[in-house]
Ligand binder design. Structure first.
Ligand SMILES: [Fe+2]
Ligand SMILES: [Fe+2]
Length: 354
């Protein structure tokens, strides 16, 4: 039950406010003066709303509002004024009141204004709570991804690097905050379904047999099923489910093509392949950066969304003339530093993200 402090020096109005609010489902505390209200505000830490008369002898309604705002800036205050005193109502709003009620008023008007003030407070509290919770949630998600990666020594810090690259690409594509959040969490958890793949398969150095490949290729669906019950993470779930789809329709699990593949999944697909190729895997050694860039360019419009490849390469400082850049070794040093990868001189078999 919301707790409201009613402040009015007029006994009749105070009683009316008290009774109307009580009938409306509030727990009401009354004060007959501004001074009494100030004492209650200091002692009672459970108030959700203050409704105060404007003109009272001694401590005025404006001072009551200031006192309430000092103690708890989120505590909504409503000022009650005589009907013709709109200037006074404005002064109340300037002091921090979120609404005013002109006298004479009816109880349903009072309850409407009070209800709105409480709703707005609830929303601002939720926003604050969420803004504190989200960074914690992201850290926890990373912790979970790191724990899963400990099954597979070759993919250590894979999720962490992917989150960084995916965020950079999402920014380059000018995606909004909410979408970038989903992209980061999706990048972090893209391989969560590998929890259902036997360890010896994850660590296998040689080629997978067709049966093993089939089992490995279940991981996007397993991952999506794990996230099934988190209603607000539908975008994250789609990234996890479709991060192995190919732009040309040749990927899995559904063989989606082009823009029917969720954008977040297209981003993760590019940065995942980049990380796998630059870092190496038990089944494929790390490749030199030039060859990785060439591979991304070669698969631009085939395996990968061309716009995502362009955005990613531009964040690495590769623009347009891919082959010139790939051939210029000083440029590659710069790109390697930007990408945070070693400039490996090995030239080996192609590594493809499993
Ligand atoms: Fe994967
Ligand atoms: Fe991956």
């Amino acid at each position: 039950m919301p707790r409201v402090l009613v402040v009015d020096d007029d006994l009749l109005i105070r009683r009316f406010l008290h009774d109307a609010l009580e009938v409306g489902g509030y727990d009401v505390v009354s004060a007959a003066s501004g001074a009494e209200a100030a004492t209650i505000l200091e002692r009672d830490g459970r108030l959700d709303l203050v409704i105060t008369d404007y003109s009272m002898p001694g401590v005025t309604g404006i001072e009551v509002i200031r006192c309430a705002q000092n103690i708890d800036p989120t505590l909504p205050c409503i000022i009650v004024t005589a009907f013709h005193d709109l200037d006074l109502a404005m002064r109340g709003m300037q002091a921090g009141a979120v609404g005013f009620i002109p006298k004479p008023f009816k109880s349903d008007h009072l309850l409407t204004v009070a209800g709105r003030a409480l709703e707005r407070r609830q929303m601002s509290l939720e926003t604050t709570r969420l803004s504190l919770l989200l960074p914690m949630l992201e850290r926890f998600t990373m912790l979970l991804a790191n724990t899963l990666e400990s099954k597979d020594c070759a993919t250590q810090r894979h999720a962490e690097r992917l989150v960084e690259h995916a965020e950079t690409v999402a920014r380059a594509l000018d995606l909004d905050d909410d979408t970038r959040f989903s992209v980061r969490v999706g990048a972090c958890l893209h391989d969560i379904g590998k929890v259902g793949v036997p360890e010896e398969l994850l660590r296998k150095a040689g080629r997978l047999t067709p049966a093993e490949r089939e089992m490995m290729q279940l991981h996007p669906e397993i991952g999506a099923a794990i996230l099934e019950d988190i209603d607000t993470w539908e975008d994250v779930r789609l990234i996890v489910r479709h991060h192995h789809e190919h732009w040309n329709g040749g990927g899995y699990p559904l063989g989606l093509a082009g823009e029917s593949i969720p954008l977040g999944a297209r981003i993760v697909s590019v940065v995942d392949a980049f990380d796998v190729m630059t870092q190496g895997r038990p089944y494929a050694a790390a490749r030199p950066l030039g060859s990785v860039v060439e591979e991304l360019v070669r698969e631009r419009g085939e395996q990968f969304d061309p716009d995502v490849v362009d955005a990613f390469l531009s964040t690495l400082g590769v623009n347009g003339q891919y082959h010139e850049v790939v051939d210029a070794s000083s440029e590659l040093d710069l790109i390697a530093r930007r990408a945070g990868v070693p400039r490996n001189s090995l030239d080996t078999v192609a590594g493809i993200a499993r």
